[in-house]
Design a protein around this ligand. Structure first.
Ligand SMILES: [Fe+2]
Ligand SMILES: [Fe+2]
Length: 318
């Protein structure tokens, strides 16, 4: 893409991201047992008997300030466990924002259970909320959005709220402008648990540079950042990074490949890194040891650690 095409993506003044919850699940050993059971890691997530009391979820509130002062709010993912997410929405004030129509849409990074299955906690406040989704959602995901229960919870007699708003699909492999300076890009790839495709966000912040924001980043953080340099950023380095980087989501130790990925991050020149969720604590500890500009958190509201931007914590890119 030519440089003049990048400038047509626009710029924003600032982006503020509040972590509603970054805890996908409570106990990793139990989560791994569920992933390995019932057909293994490539079997469909929709057919597995998950331990519901181990579920939490990943969701963030994104606020974009435009150059003219206009402000937009949207959700990045909606978590997993409905009761847990309802509580997190209440504790961060997002429930009221949804009910008052202040949230403009839900941006679904990918259909993994810890990012999508909390949808009912959103729809109960705002069933008509537009959903922006990646391409290649499974039929089960589309049925769930329409209000049909996954097989694993079908014995629950509580009716689901049906989504009545528009379903917007981000086309793959092309930057899609959501607001001036706020860009979505969808990556087409097969992912763990029988799903396909993840979309990420980029923000072109005036006088600062480009911020990348992700759900799980199954495409790899290297692919995320390389895409930014090739298709979004006007500068040769990047400004910020937020979200799950899927470097060491389960492991207490780093593999040589994971260590290499962390070392390679240096070439992008990030000046503010707010990694959480499936990045994994050992990966964040390594970034800190390498002197990367890691944003710490409060460690409150059920956060896993104060080493990362956790539940209720906010990071500003301006
Ligand atoms: Fe995740
Ligand atoms: Fe994921």
């Amino acid at each position: 893409m030519a440089k003049e095409d990048k400038s047509s993506l626009g710029e924003c003044r600032a982006v503020t991201i509040t972590c509603i919850s970054e805890i996908g699940w409570h106990d990793t050993d139990r989560m791994l047992a569920d992933i390995k059971g019932s057909g293994g890691p490539d079997a469909s997530q929709w057919d597995k008997p998950w331990q519901a009391d181990n579920a939490a979820g990943s969701a963030s509130l994104v606020e974009v300030e435009q150059l003219d002062g206009a402000r937009h709010k949207f959700l990045l993912d909606c978590g997993w466990n409905e009761a847990y997410m309802q509580r997190r929405f209440e504790e961060t004030g997002v429930d009221g924002m949804l009910a008052r129509g202040e949230i403009e849409f839900l941006f679904l990074s990918h259909e993994h259970l810890d990012h999508l299955w909390g949808l009912q906690a959103v729809l109960r406040h705002c069933p008509e909320l537009p959903l922006r989704v990646p391409p290649n959602l499974t039929e089960q995901a589309l049925a769930f959005i329409r209000g049909e229960r996954p097989a694993s919870t079908r014995t629950d007699p509580t009716p689901l709220v049906r989504h009545t708003g528009p379903l917007l699909v981000t086309p793959p492999h092309t930057p899609t402008v959501l607001y001036p300076g706020c860009v979505a890009a969808a990556f087409d790839l097969p992912i763990l648990l029988g799903i396909r495709g993840e979309q990420s966000l980029y923000f072109r912040v005036r006088d600062q540079g480009t911020v990348c924001a992700t759900g799980c980043c199954h495409q790899t953080v290297t692919a995320l950042a390389d895409y930014a340099l090739a298709h979004v950023a006007s500068e040769p380095t990047l400004y910020g990074l937020y979200g799950g980087l899927h470097i060491a989501p389960f492991g207490p130790a780093l593999s040589p490949e994971q260590e290499g990925m962390i070392a390679d991050l240096r070439r992008f020149g990030f000046r503010k890194i707010a990694a959480n969720h499936c990045t994994g604590a050992p990966a964040i500890e390594r970034m800190i040891a390498l002197g990367y500009p890691v944003v710490r958190g409060s460690g409150e509201q059920g956060s896993a650690s104060s080493l990362m931007v956790g539940n209720g914590d906010r990071v500003v890119f301006d």
